[in-house]
Write a protein that binds this ligand. Sequence first.
Ligand code: SAM
Length: 253
Amino acid sequence: MSETMIRMLLERIQHETGIILSRQTDYDRIKRYLDNGGEMPLTSQPLPVSLINLVTTNETYFEREAHHFNRLMDEILPKLDSRGGTKPIRILSAPCSSGEESYTIALRLLQASKQFSRPIEIVGVDISEEMISKARKGIYSGRSVHAIDKEVLNRFFVFEEGHYRVLPLVQENVRFVSGNVFDAALWKELGSFDVIFSRNMMIYFDSVKNRELLNRFREHLNGYLILGHADDHRNAKDLFTPERIERGVIYHT
Ligand SMILES: C[S@@+](CC[C@H](N)C(=O)[O-])C[C@H]1O[C@@H](n2cnc3c(N)ncnc32)[C@H](O)[C@@H]1O
């Protein structure tokens, strides 16, 4: 495969997914993939799953940046619930990777002392079909669950064959969708949300893509936006109202 073709492919992946791929190691990785017979997509074809898997970083675990979930339970949901009505409170986890963030929210809801009057829906989205399929299965390693309270782990997971499987009861209110956050058709399908968690994805994007995504969030959000502490918050400060919390800042419309 010629260097020009590899560079064109890198540019296309970066343009479509937002992930910056300008390092020599990115070039080497794609070259190796093609040299080993990996599929070279035509411009009219979607990017193959194997290529998406190659360029995404899927690191995640339950209760990551737990103060965000504390805030959700103690302040955000009671406030949204008090708006009244019977319409569900809709929470998006984009990206959800293998599902730990979405299930952390579901687990927090199952443990809540007070029930909310509005139903609550959780939707997890990720570009990696492999991660979405893992999320739907709900089977995790000890490393993924290390930050979960032991009592919660015993109550809501089954330990089998060296792994922890989340109970169907936890999965009931969580739906997983595979898709690219830059795809307008995906947003048509998703609709709008009261809370968006978007943590540790924009660290891989440049500022232009970061702003494009935040603009998309603004169109689809009437409520709260929660970014990871390592994400670039500069555009968010322009587009949303910041609110200081215990450890960092969240945003609202
Ligand atoms: C490091 S994980 C973050 C998971 C979780 N939010 C957390 O903070 O633990 C980043 C995820 O972003 C996903 N991702 C990257 N670009 C994406 C895009 N354009 N659309 C949807 N998901 C994307 C990757 O597949 C990966 O699973």
